[in-house]
Structures are given as C-alpha cells and as structure tokens.
Design a protein around this ligand. Structure first.
Ligand code: NAP
Length: 258
C-alpha cells in the first residue's frame, strides 16, 4: 500500500533503538525524511546511516535528552515537521511504597510533559498547513496496569487524558493525534525488565522470557518492525479519520472485549 507520505518530514524522538527506531524505519520506507533523536550519538549515527543507505531519504540526527528543555529546543530547531512521533525511555520498575515526589516528577517530565511540550510546539505549524500526524508511544499500562511500573501507569494516564481532549480540538485542521500502546516487544527495554525478573525469581533469562511470552496469546514478543508499520499507517494519508485513539499492540495480552 502506498502510504502517500513520501517527501513529508518527521521528527521521531528516542529513535536510535527499539520501538522508536522501528517507527523511524517504517517512515523511511514510506519515503519520509527524518529527524532522529537519542542521547547517545554513536548508536544514533549508526541508525541514521543505515536508514539513509537503505531508503535514500534525508536523515538529520540530534543527540540530545528529549526530556530536557535544551534537548527539545535542539530537535525543534530542525522543524517544521509534518509528522511527530513522541517517545522517551520508560521509568524504572519498583514498589508503590518506594516512590517519592521526585520520582514522580521525573516520570511525569519524561512520559507526560515532554510529549505535551512537543505537541504544543509543532501543532500550530501543522494546523496552519492543514495537515499533520502525531503518534505518541505510550504503553499497554494505560489500559491495564503493570503493577511494578506504577510510575509509567501514572504518567502515561496523564498524557492519554491530554491527547483525548486535544486530538478533538485539532482534527478539523487535518491534524490527527493518536497513541500506540506497546505490550511486550523484543527491545533493550524488554530485556532490562526480563533481567529484573531473573533477579527477583532467581531463574535464567530464557526462563524469564518464556514465562512472559506464555502470558501473550500470540505466544511471542512483538517486534519493532511490526510496531513501526502500525505507526507509519497512523501517519499515512489513509488514517485521517482516526482521531484520539489508543491502539493496543500486545499480541492479545490484554484480556478485554473492547
Ligand atoms: P529501548 O529499546 O530501551 O530504546 C529506547 C530508545 O530511546 C533508545 O534509542 C534510547 O537511546 C532512546 N532514549 C531513551 N531515553 C531518551 C531520552 N531521554 N532522550 C532521547 N532519547 C532517549 O526502549 P523501547 O522498548 O523501544 O521503549 C520505548 C518506549 O516504549 C519506552 O517509553 C518504554 O517504556 C515503552 N514501552 C516499551 C515496551 C516494550 O516491551 N519494549 C512495552 C511498553 C512500553 P539513548 O539511550 O542513547 O538515549
């Protein structure tokens, strides 16, 4: 399917690895020029080099922490953008009784206030042009809490509320905002969470992975490329009537009728 977005320009945050990288790659495959971001310059440059070589699109890199004001200013200076994919590392796991105010502020900054600030910066330009696509990478924890990820449950719920209202305010200008909710995907983040299970239960990494895979009806972890393909579709010309949705990509793990 031709996604109809060749030549558009996208900012894909936190995209040197994992789900962000999957989104960057699927957009590059659709002919979209990219601004890619991550903190570590080496992995970012390698990812950009790979996408330029394979898809012949323009890729600019900005090595910066997207959760800081200075980092956001550096990526936004590369605008304007037709497409925004927000993403950042997820908060650490822990116990509800352990987290202090500072832990919540950090999680809110990274996973709620950063995507909101990015949307506030790019939406006016998209609305003026009459076309724009925003996809926020959130989490399955929005639909179904992951108890050890209470910081993520909290921050992402806040972002989801903001998107629910704002997406309806900008839709008439040809701008859509939607959220993609990853369940377990095979990325460094998933490996880090598996590592925590290994420690807590005293089992091997293989056992931890197969235990978690067994909780997914699909029987396996998702892949960054499957995730990226869903993102690219939401950014496509065909997705203009999909507004304010929370799309779950979890292999059926969330046991719910709707
Ligand atoms: P990942 O494999 O660890 O990749 C994270 C990417 O983000 C890397 O490129 C990393 O590069 C970059 N990054 C992290 N913090 C950043 C920051 N402050 N500023 C700029 N770039 C940053 O993680 P992932 O699995 O793709 O997860 C992406 C998001 O989805 C996370 O918020 C995660 O919580 C959420 N999620 C993932 C899963 C899953 O199963 N994978 C499930 C639910 C939710 P640098 O470290 O060099 O900055």
């Amino acid at each position: 399917m031709d996604l109809g977005i060749a030549g558009k320009r996208a900012l894909v945050c936190a995209s040197s690895k994992g789900l962000g990288r999957g989104c960057a790659e699927a957009l590059a495959d659709a002919g979209v020029d990219l601004v890619m971001n991550a903190r570590g310059a080496e992995a970012l440059e390698a990812a950009a080099h790979d996408l330029r070589a394979r898809y012949q699109v323009n890729v600019t890199t900005v090595a910066a922490d997207i959760t800081t004001e200075a980092g956001r200013a550096a990526v936004l200076a590369q605008g304007p953008f037709d497409i925004l994919v927000t993403n950042a590392g997820g908060p650490p796991p822990g116990m509800w009784s352990d987290w202090a105010r500072e832990d919540f502020i950090k999680a809110l900054d990274a996973n709620m206030l950063t995507p909101i600030a990015l949307m506030q910066a790019v939406l006016p330009g998209m609305m003026a042009k009459g076309w724009g696509r925003v996809v926020n990478i959130t989490s399955v924890s929005v639909k179904s809490p992951v108890a050890v990820l209470g910081l993520s449950n909290s921050a992402r719920a806040g972002l989801t509320g903001f998107v629910a209202g704002t997406s309806r305010q900008v839709a008439s200008k040809g701008v859509t905002i939607n959220n993609l909710l990853p369940g377990i995907h095979a990325t460094d983040r998933a490996i880090a969470l598996d590592g925590a299970v290994v420690k807590a239960k005293g089992i091997s990494m293989e056992e931890a992975i197969s235990e978690r895979a067994a909780t997914i009806p699909a029987g396996r972890y998702g892949t960054p490329s499957e995730f990226g393909a869903a993102c690219a579709f939401l950014c496509s010309q065909h997705a203009g009537f999909i507004v304010g949705q929370n799309v779950l990509l979890d292999g059926g793990a969330t046991n719910a009728t709707l």
